[in-house]
Design a protein around this ligand. Structure first.
Ligand SMILES: Cc1ncc(C[n+]2csc(CCOP(=O)(O)OP(=O)(O)O)c2C)c(N)n1
Ligand SMILES: [Mg+2]
Length: 400
């Protein structure tokens, strides 16, 4: 071993390894050598001991492999891991510092903002003025510090620009005033209100069967209190409700708009009743939408929620049917058969009513509204007056 130009730092350890292998019989160890050009290279020594017949060490045979590249790659990997850990620690410190600095910046905002306002009222030369100025100077120093911390954490602070809010608000008000000029006239709103009431009134005298939407809604409105809640599903019935059913208090007529998901009314009514158990809650659905979520009758019954489900029954997806007729002059795939809704109610062990006349509708609603659990009121509807609704509304929307 002495002949090998071994790195002096590895010599002692290698001697120990060789000594130990005299007992163990083998060794494997990496060590460094210094070449004639002064480079350091890594060698892997693997050796096996052979003994004579008396068991004394006779010779050692083995191999030396240059593993410099592999060792360098391993060292590089370790160095990079150390660097990564260091960077992660710095990142964490930066994030923490950035968070603290942002909070502190907000606090300083209040100190400097109120300080500046206080300075306006502080008489020149007064002690108050000097004190406030000292606060502001300290605050400004704090802000410089915060900016440095934010720069360190690489999250900049927004530039402070004085905004004269009063001027902006005044200008906006003037603009708005100009826009709403002439709109303050309540006449168009009176017209709309009159239209809504007229539509409902029309229902008063119309006893034809199947019932017209206005008539059904009038019967319903007459039996519901101002704070009671009506929830509409999606379909033609919704248009009639949205346009003609008066709401007296906020959030008492809830309608599935936007994506307008059918099947909304019953689950929404369950929620409404849970929130307002003291109010009456009515869910109005078309037959199509009601059949999409009628399994929730079980939920309503289990929770003991008095919800009246008025089902506008026309055996069709009327809103779609109406559109097809208007745009194409024909229809396809929009009619369907219904179950017996009274029997369906019985199957869920809830109350079921069928209105075969206006009078029956009135008494069914009264009875249903007095129940302590959920119910279905099946109402055959005649949608032939839909066109009347849109024509009249078309004339009405323009003046507003
Ligand atoms: C989940 C869902 N599917 C489809 C539609 C599209 N859509 C809107 S209204 C409507 C027909 C509604 O029929 P119905 O519930 O019987 O009410 P009606 O129009 O007959 O009053 C359909 C299919 C929708 N809004 N939501
Ligand atoms: Mg329908």
């Amino acid at each position: 071993m002495a002949l090998v130009p071994m790195h002096p730092d590895d010599r002692q350890k290698m001697d120990e390894v060789v000594q130990a292998s005299l007992i163990a019989g083998v060794h494997e160890r990496d060590y460094r050598v210094i070449t004639e050009f002064g480079d350091v290279r890594w060698l892997r020594s693997r050796a096996k001991l052979f003994r004579d017949e008396k068991g004394a060490p006779a010779r050692m045979t083995g191999s030396l492999q240059d593993v410099t590249r592999r060792r360098q790659a391993e060292d590089e990997l370790k160095r990079m891991e150390r660097q990564l850990r260091h960077a992660q620690r710095l990142e964490a410190v930066g994030t923490l510092a950035g968070g603290v600095a942002h909070d502190f910046n907000n606090i300083l905002g209040a100190i400097l903002g109120y300080g500046e306002m206080a300075l306006r009222d502080a008489p020149p030369g007064s002690r108050l003025r000097r004190d406030v100025e000292s606060i502001l100077t300290a605050g400004e120093r704090g802000r410089t510090l915060v900016e440095r911390i934010l720069a360190f954490s690489r999250s900049g602070v927004g530039e402070r620009v004085a905004v004269h809010v009063e001027a902006v608000v005044r200008e906006a008000l003037e603009l708005l005033n100009g826009l709403v000029k002439g709109q303050k006239d309540p006449a168009p709103y009176r017209t709309l209100r009159r239209f809504i009431l007229e539509q409902l009134e029309e229902g008063t005298t119309d006893d034809t069967f199947p019932l017209k939407p206005q008539r059904i809604l009038r019967e319903l409105r007459a039996r519901m209190g101002r704070e009671d809640i009506l929830i509409s599903d999606v379909g033609t019935h919704k248009l009639w409700i949205a346009r003609t059913f008066p709401a007296y208090e906020p959030n008492t007529v809830l309608i599935s708009n936007g994506y307008a998901a059918m099947g909304f009314a019953l689950p929404a009514a369950i929620a409404a009743k849970l929130v307002h158990p003291e109010r009456k809650v009515v869910a109005v659905s078309g037959d199509g939408g009601f059949l999409m979520n009628c399994q929730e009758l079980e939920t309503a019954r289990r929770l003991g929620l008095a919800i009246v489900n008025v089902v506008f029954r026309d055996g069709a997806y009327n809103l779609i049917q109406w559109k097809q007729q208007t745009h194409l002059g024909r229809e396809a795939g929009v009619t369907f058969g219904n179950p017996d809704f009274v029997a369906l109610a019985r199957a869920f062990d809830v109350k079921g009513y069928r209105a075969e006349s206006v009078r029956e509708l009135g008494s069914a609603l009264e009875d249903a509204l007095a129940q302590s659990g959920p119910s279905i009121v099946d109402v055959p509807v005649d949608y032939r007056e839909n066109v009347k609704l849109t024509t009249r509304l078309g004339q009405l929307v323009c003046p507003i």
